[in-house]
Design a protein around this ligand. Structure first.
Ligand SMILES: Cc1cc2nc3c(=O)[nH]c(=O)nc-3n(C[C@H](O)[C@H](O)[C@H](O)COP(=O)(O)OP(=O)(O)OC[C@H]3O[C@@H](n4cnc5c(N)ncnc54)[C@H](O)[C@@H]3O)c2cc1C
Length: 389
């Protein structure tokens, strides 16, 4: 075989032996340990503590954390595989693991000091859930218009304000939180703080009652003269905007993974139902009209997976990935919504009842086009690259 062919890159969906084993173990865990509780957790809008404990035991909360800190020493791509597999059973499970790994742990590994890493990484790998707190009531897409302030008091900062929509906040012990320490400097005052739940003046507020992703907690945070030691500033004062942007660039790939897991589940449920349900003396899967819908769904799921895997592989290879991450998140969230909607239609009337899992997937899909940058914000990122801005 010519050398050029031997050295050809692998197909994007080809997994190493380690990745295959990892994927299989998460898939089995999700099906055995999470699936039996999905409906109850959705109805109660509470994620079982026991399953979060199992996430930690399996190493799923510290996938990229180095082994010296008690983590798995794995790759970003493995985190993506985990989020996809969990989301194929429950997208709420997927987002808990996603925020921990692709955003919070990742940000520390990249920006924290050695002392900060020594203090927090072992706990993030072992038993401490993390949240990422950027958004506020008045600042969503325009995130750096935040009103939360950090007043410099020498050896500590006093934080005042409110954060909104914070995923994992009900369970979290640790918050990567952004506040403006120099409001006159605009976005160049935004600073990243490592905040512990027990810090004086910190409180988790109201939990949102949501359409979908109900078992994943989404809460307000209240900062009332919250005292944060100076050593808990991550990166430099006034450089938090960079931390926020760059962590979200990576996080978006994780949301893409959540959405391909969800879309794959919708396709699997629709296919299984099409094999069983009979009308006009045949299974509905024998009608070309149904076959074509399944074929279109399968094609879109595959295309979305290629975008997500490619962005993750680029990131692990240290290559530019920002545009690809925006494309992956934009497209996979569109595909997830379409696949869940079509899966309901393939089920007919029972598809909108709670006796079948597809109505929940439809509700869960909606958030994909909103958080970690709405679809419009992803399109802005892609367009900026196209137009060289
Ligand atoms: C369930 C859930 C979980 C979340 N988790 C977190 C979390 O863990 N941490 C966190 O910090 N935040 C979190 N968020 C917040 C989320 O990131 C924001 O909701 C999102 O960024 C959109 O902001 P917004 O809701 O204020 O909408 P807005 O920014 O007000 O947008 C409203 C509409 O205007 C459009 N729009 C805005 N600006 C532009 C523009 N320049 N060009 C074109 N269109 C535009 C948007 O696309 C959207 O359609 C979460 C939100 C939800 C609902």
């Amino acid at each position: 075989m010519p050398a050029a062919i031997e050295a050809a890159p692998q197909p994007l969906t080809a997994l190493s032996e380690d990745e295959k084993m990892f994927q299989a173990s998460v898939r089995q865990f999700a099906r055995q340990e999470i699936r039996p509780h999905v409906r109850q957790m959705d109805e109660a809008a509470v994620f079982r503590k026991e399953i979060i404990r199992q996430f930690f035991e399996m190493g799923l909360m510290g996938i990229e954390i180095p082994e010296e800190f008690g983590g798995q020493g794995g790759t970003f791509f493995q985190a993506v595989l985990a989020v996809e597999e969990l989301s194929a059973v429950d997208p709420s499970a997927g987002v808990i693991v996603d925020v921990q790994n692709t955003i919070c742990n990742n940000a520390l590994l990249r920006w924290a000091t050695a002392a900060q890493n020594a203090r927090y990484l072992p706990r993030l790998a072992a038993d401490m859930v993390a949240s990422y707190a950027l958004s506020e009531a008045g600042s969503g897409s325009d995130a750096f218009a935040m009103a939360t302030r950090a007043e410099d008091r020498g050896d500590h900062f006093l934080l005042n304000g409110r954060k909104l929509w914070i995923t994992n906040a009900a369970e979290a012990g640790f918050f990567l939180l952004f506040a403006n320490a120099q409001p006159d400097a605009g976005y160049k005052g935004v600073t990243a703080f490592l905040v512990e739940r027990e810090f004086p003046g910190f409180q988790v507020g109201k939990k949102e009652d949501k359409l979908g992703l109900r078992a994943s907690s989404t809460c307000e945070l209240i900062l009332d003269n919250c005292r944060v030691p100076r050593e808990n500033v991550m990166g430099e004062v006034g450089r938090g905007y960079k931390v926020a942007i760059e962590t979200l660039n990576e996080g978006r790939i994780g949301i893409g993974a959540q959405m391909i897991g969800l879309a794959r589940a919708a396709l699997e449920h629709a296919t299984a139902y099409a094999r069983e349900r009979k009308q006009f003396g045949k299974t509905i899967g024998e009608f070309q009209g149904v076959q074509f819908e399944l074929a279109k769904m399968a094609t879109e799921v595959e295309a979305a997976r290629l975008l997500v895997y490619n962005a993750a592989r680029l990131r692990d290879a240290g290559m530019p990935f920002v545009t690809e991450a925006a494309m992956a998140k934009y497209y996979s969230s569109e595909v997830a919504e379409r696949a869940a909607s079509k899966a309901i239609e393939v089920h007919g009337g029972v598809g909108i009842t709670k006796d079948y899992p597809v109505e929940k997937l439809y509700r869960d899909a909606k958030i994909g086009r909103i958080y970690e940058g709405t679809s419009n914000i992803q399109l802005l990122t892609i367009a900026k690259k196209l137009l060289g801005k």
